[in-house]
Design a protein around this ligand. Structure first.
Ligand code: SF4
Length: 428
């Protein structure tokens, strides 16, 4: 379960959450916060990103559902002019402008109602199916009780609350999977403050999303992230949903069974369809390589996950790290080692229609997250159609689960990283 604040023409990650989580609650019980997405959005104009604000009436009540929109100034006209000027030449703006502007022109009295109408409209246009959104009713500001297990200010409708409004099937029950890119725990995920104009977040990256889409001013600025979902909608139209839903197929480069255990388990829990790619020509001697591979095959078989085995060519790997033999672990040799292995994986992913590549390499604290990310991004940039997934596989309880699975599965205890240079004199 995820909690969001209300937002005006919300940012893209907000809609990724609506599209990707099985139950989402938009908090009607919170207080209004200035300088948040609650009354502002960011569009891309010919001069760069621009924030557009909805003026609100200042009053003694800060309850979000009671904040009145200020219509004595001509902000609606100015807003529509700015949006039209930014998106007139986008492929889909002309198809949406009348309906979108009609909502603004109808002057919904409260910020809550304005945001609700716009959010609902965008969900319909994008095709966030089944109503992933439920407005909440538990409102401590007005005295109704929240479920004791829920954070103050919101609770699911199914627990006896009467939502402030429901419309058609759009607000019906959503038959979704478990949360994406986050914990599978039943504890609510509170994103009310995480999605904020001044605080960059990793929500899209954590969900395996965030790849560039077509933008009107791409030639002037390159791809500009962090915008309102309007930018996506006007540029990609009905295909916007493809940018908001995580692909199911993931190619997971695996370095060994101990590092893969928790990652594979979590991917399956989150509804992904991982295929493991075993490409580790760094490991020597061959008996060690075979031993590690067999441990991984044993575990993958238990989970019913397919393993693709790359060719073993330690001589070719030696060529990749030539001149770096005496580098320490986490040094320049390891970066080249990661690049060599992840390039093999990226090439396989590209040839076989895997849109996302991840690796278990950085799930061990002995490896440098930065080096693994650099190598993964580099490898994916060299092939067509594969996005690097820079998720931190040590977070969200995965480090602890990793240790548990190693014990549970009685995995072979590796004493060195893999190559001859990572072995001590005694081991050689
Ligand atoms: S120490 Fe490990 S990561 Fe570094 S080069 Fe050797 S096998 Fe690769």
């Amino acid at each position: 379960m995820v909690v969001l604040s209300t937002a005006f023409c919300p940012p893209i990650e907000y809609f990724a959450v609506l599209a990707g989580y099985s139950s989402v609650f938009i908090d009607s019980g919170e207080n209004y916060q200035k300088q948040s997405w609650r009354n502002r959005c960011r569009i891309l104009t010919g001069s760069g990103p621009q924030d557009l604000c909805v003026p609100v009436v200042h009053s003694s009540s800060r309850a979000i559902t009671e904040i009145q929109v200020e219509y004595t100034t001509p902000w609606v006209v100015k807003f529509e002019r700015a949006v039209a000027s930014a998106y007139d030449s986008s492929p889909f703006f002309e198809f949406y402008r009348d309906e979108f502007f009609a909502i603004l022109d109808s002057h919904p009295a409260t910020l809550w109602e304005l945001n609700r109408q716009i959010t609902e409209w965008i969900c319909r246009k994008i095709g966030v199916a089944g109503g992933a959104v439920e407005a909440t009713a538990s409102d401590p500001v007005r005295g109704s009780a929240a479920h004791p297990s829920q954070p103050r200010g919101w609770a699911p409708r199914s627990e006896g609350n009467r939502g402030p409004r429901k419309s058609a099937d759009f607000w019906g029950a959503h038959e979704g999977g478990t949360p994406l890119g986050g914990s599978t725990s039943t504890a609510p995920l509170d994103l009310r403050d995480a999605i904020h104009p001044k605080r960059p977040n990793t929500i899209l990256a954590d969900m395996g999303l965030g790849r560039p889409y077509w933008q009107v001013f791409r030639e002037r600025f390159g791809f500009t992230p962090g915008l309102s979902v309007l930018d996506l909608l006007f540029n990609e139209g009905p295909d916007s949903i493809l940018w908001l839903q995580r692909p199911k197929k993931v190619l997971l480069h695996a370095c060994c069974a101990p590092c893969s255990g928790a990652v594979l388990e979590r991917l399956l829990q989150e509804g992904y369809q991982p295929v493991v790619f075993w490409s580790n020509s760094n490991i020597t001697p061959k008996e060690e390589y075979d031993h590690r591979e067999n441990e991984l095959l044993r575990y993958a078989k238990k989970l019913g996950v397919q393993v693709v085995e790359d060719d073993y060519d330690h001589a070719a790997w030696r060529d990749c790290v030539k001149g770096l033999e005496s580098e320490p672990e986490r040094g320049a040799r390891c970066l080249e080692c990661f690049k060599a292995r992840l390039l093999r994986a990226a090439e396989y992913a590209s040839r076989n229609g895997f849109p996302i590549l991840a690796t278990t390499l950085a799930s061990s604290r002995w490896k440098s997250l930065e080096q693994v990310d650099e190598a993964g991004s580099w490898a994916c940039s060299r092939v067509e159609g594969v996005q690097w997934w820079p998720r931190n596989w040590r977070k969200g309880g995965l480090q602890e689960r990793r240790a548990q699975i190693i014990k549970e599965q009685d995995f072979y205890n590796q004493t060195f990283c893999g190559c001859e240079f990572s072995r001590t004199r005694e081991e050689l």
